[in-house]
Write a protein that binds this ligand. Structure first.
Ligand SMILES: Nc1ncnc2c1ncn2[C@@H]1O[C@H](COP(=O)(O)OP(=O)(O)OP(=O)(O)O)[C@@H](O)[C@H]1O
Ligand SMILES: [Mg+2]
Length: 256
């Protein structure tokens, strides 16, 4: 990959009580690429992803997105530290397992809220961009619907559009399909695939290993708070080098 890194994390450490969840994790995501994070339940994938936008504040390590950099090991206490975290958070858009849309706002209302209230965008411009984003996620014409009137897959696609509406430099997705009924998974993965092909920079935690192999540029396997293996997506999935990766993939690709 010749492009330069847009997101870099190094030496991330996070301990909950005496549970060392991240034990010195590095990550390097070139602009315009998709990185998939895979690994067993409880291995720290969500903690890692949340650390990238300071929703979880690591005990040590640095995260840089573009020219915004936070050294968590020397984060100032109080307001100054919080501001640094907010600046970093503004660089990325987060898509959660379940969408967390505002139930009393229409689809359009959900999409324009952040750009208008937080970023001070002109409401008409925000609405025009929101409509274009809805079209991109296959929901043109649904702007006046309320979340409860949509299927889970449609709601999750609104959640993705809402993250994009904030014009983030990086999109972070934490198992965007794992709360969905199986028949709804495909439509959401298709949107993520589309974003990858358009050159969005993304980090996606996923249990969809085949999807990771097909869509991601890089796969990172984490276990026990460490990056055990990383490499080109197909290489890691189809020819894992590390014994722990081999065992994990064997278990998830050929259960029972
Ligand atoms: N806020 C918290 N307080 C205490 N422990 C936590 C907290 N968040 C996560 N943990 C612990 O950190 C470890 C890693 O959790 P994390 O959610 O990052 O794993 P994961 O890889 O995302 O798992 P899954 O695949 O099940 O989503 C777990 O042991 C979990 O119990
Ligand atoms: Mg998780």
């Amino acid at each position: 990959m010749t492009t330069s890194s847009l997101l870099q994390a190094s030496g991330l450490r996070k301990t909950f009580g005496d549970n060392v969840v991240l034990d010195g994790v590095d990550l390097d995501v070139p602009e315009g690429t998709t990185t998939a994070i895979i690994g067993p339940s409880g291995s720290g994938k969500t903690t890692l992803l949340r650390s990238l936008n300071a929703l979880t504040v690591p005990d040590a390590g640095t995260v840089s997105i573009g020219d915004v950099s936070v050294d968590f090991g020397s984060l100032p206490r109080g307001k100054e530290g919080r501001r640094a975290c907010e600046r970093l958070r503004a660089q990325s858009g987060m898509v959660f397992q379940s969408h967390e849309l505002f139930p009393h706002r229409t689809v359009l209302g959900n999409l324009v809220e952040g750009p208008v209230q937080v970023q001070g965008e002109d409401p008409d411009e925000a609405a025009a961009r929101a409509r274009a984003l809805l079209e991109q996620v296959g929901l043109a014409g649904r702007e006046d619907a309320y979340p409860s009137q949509l299927s889970g897959g449609q709601q999750q696609r609104v959640g993705i559009a809402r993250a994009l509406a904030l014009r983030p430099r990086v999109v972070l997705l934490d198992e965007p399909t794992s709360a969905l009924d199986p028949e709804l998974v495909g439509e959401v993965l298709a949107v993520v695939r589309d974003l990858a092909s358009q050159g969005w920079t993304m980090v996606v935690v996923t249990h969809e290993i085949r999807f990771a192999a097909d869509v991601a540029d890089t796969v990172v396997f984490v276990d026990g708070g460490h990056v055990v293996e990383r490499g080109p997506a197909r290489d890691v999935v189809d020819a894992p080098q590390h014994e722990r990766t081999q065992r994990f993939l064997e278990r998830v690709l050929h259960p029972g």
